[in-house]
Design a binder for this molecule. Structure first.
Ligand code: NI
Length: 267
């Protein structure tokens, strides 16, 4: 079944019909999803949502746009939450230079701090990176889960490092991230008219390194662009990937589900 590796069902836009939506997963061919936390105030609620729904898992982390709220106590609280059932990764964390605030040094400081926590706890990371290709790559080169010496290449069957979510950079950089042990997150953007570069990424990167995601409520695929997104629209993304790679829908669903299980350590 379809595995949605990146959702935000804790968002208030789902308050009216959250339970109905989650109950409708199965009928829409969606098996499981990972609820991703983004703000300091939302950490507990995200994990609680996963703990009260069998089809959900959760990440624990603070988005770069929210990281000015972080303190050392936040890291300690994150560590406590990450020891609980259903917590599977640190995220979403990273760099977002699209906005001027928080300043770049603050973003890098908390990105590194959260990566260090993930390395120490030996957990995968969910990376958000926008207009910050070079700095993200440089910082992730220094990171290695479980500690130890960072290696250029991890395609030796070792455990995945994480996922670059809502991937928006070049095919060349995607190949580099795959070599470093990362999955590439593909969502609604791949259906957009102006997404030529992302479609090249999908054609170029082996299916074994791609995962499906919505980033809902954002990034709804065509023909729903601009509307509220949910996992129930993922078949549109799946169909686009199948078309681009000239393979069956079933193969896309089967392989990306396995990938998601490997990514989050559920296999
Ligand atoms: Ni997100």
């Amino acid at each position: 079944m379809i595995f949605d590796t990146h959702t935000h069902y804790s968002d208030p836009v789902f308050d009216e019909d959250r339970e109905a939506l989650l109950a409708g997963f199965c009928k829409a061919g969606v098996g499981r999803a990972v609820e991703v936390s983004a703000s300091v105030s939302g950490l507990d609620g995200t994990l609680r949502l996963a703990q009260t729904h069998p089809q959900l898992y959760a990440t624990v982390g603070v988005h770069p746009s929210e990281c000015a709220e972080m303190t050392e106590e936040t890291l300690a609280h994150m560590e406590e939450l990450l020891s609980q059932p259903k917590a599977v990764a640190v995220g979403e964390i990273g760099l977002d230079y699209h906005w001027d605030e928080p300043d770049r040094e603050t973003q890098k400081k908390w990105f590194r701090a959260q990566l260090a926590l993930a390395a120490r706890l030996d957990l995968p990371v969910v990376i958000h990176s926008r207009d910050a290709a070079q700095d993200t790559m440089e910082i992730l080169r220094e990171h290695r889960r479980g500690g130890g010496v960072p290696r250029e290449s991890t395609d030796d069957g070792s455990r995945p490092q994480g996922v670059v979510h809502c991937y928006s950079y070049s095919p060349e950089q995607a190949r580099e991230y795959v070599r470093m042990g990362y999955f590439i997150g593909i969502g609604g953007v791949v259906t957009f008219k102006n997404a030529r570069k992302l479609r090249e990424v999908v054609q170029d990167i082996p299916l074994g390194s791609l995962v499906l995601e919505t980033d809902c409520p954002y990034m709804a695929p065509e023909p729903h662009r601009g509307e509220r997104n949910s996992s129930l629209l993922l078949p549109l993304v799946t169909a686009k990937i199948a078309e681009l790679k000239e393979i069956s829908l079933e193969e896309v669903i089967r392989v990306t589900e396995k990938n998601a299980e490997r990514l989050y350590g559920l296999d």
